[in-house]
Design a protein around this ligand. Sequence first.
Ligand code: SIN
Length: 281
Amino acid sequence: MEIKPLTGAFGAEVFDIDLKSGINSEEVRLIDEALAENVVLVFRNQELDIDGFEKFAKTLGDFGDTPFITPVDGHPNVLRLLREPEEKGPLFGSGWHSDWSFQEQPPSATLLYALEVPEAGGDTAFTNQYLAFESLSESMQAILRGLKGLHSAERSYGPRGTFGRPDPDSSMNIQGDETAVVLQTHPMVRSHPLTGRQSLFVNEVYTVGIEGMTKTESDALLEFLFAHSRQIAFTCRVRWMPGTLTMWDNRATQHFAINDYAGSKREMYRITLAGEQPVLS
Ligand code: SIN
């Protein structure tokens, strides 16, 4: 297995590995370490069916819980992210976020496998939340280490959220409900269990406030942090081909599905891996 950087900032491509033939425990260790360091890993030209995709994910960890979206029949841990050429409604994943950060134990990693992609467009963009935190002044870092963010699925899956009502024209079966309004508190800076590095753990879609602050105060600080995180030097972008599998570490990145492929079809399988309660140590 050979690992080469994807950009100067972060992300890596992994070569000389065939995921369908299974991976051994040493390869699992190398992938875990490479993911924690590089945040995003891209494996090209993989030939996986849904069982092979699930099997690879399972060698890396337990499956996470997937709320609000109906999974593939017979595969409760796999989502099909499907967008047909004529669809016009909101695109799943099209806002900066860290997957399911409103959960008590948000997923450690997400795996996305491309079945069919537009000739051009439909890339996924990522931020590096280690770099976003480390580039702040020591004074700001100290303030943030003392703060907790409030996370909620309401804006996406609440009754008035983006996906709050069933959309008959959508190829994905997304059902929001009242449970989305629950607030979950997480440290705004978390320590990565493998690298020990601290990362900024807030995201635009699910972080709705800061514990103990007024809305005006928290909106201003969060808006600053969101803009800080998405500056170009802290981002990378993955261009998909059929057979590309990308995995990312939700503890150290936000991502964004780019909605620039009207008229083309895009189809992916997606699995999340179970994570732990975020802590700052
Ligand atoms: C996601 O947010 O999990 C989906 C990303 C994508 O479709 O590119």
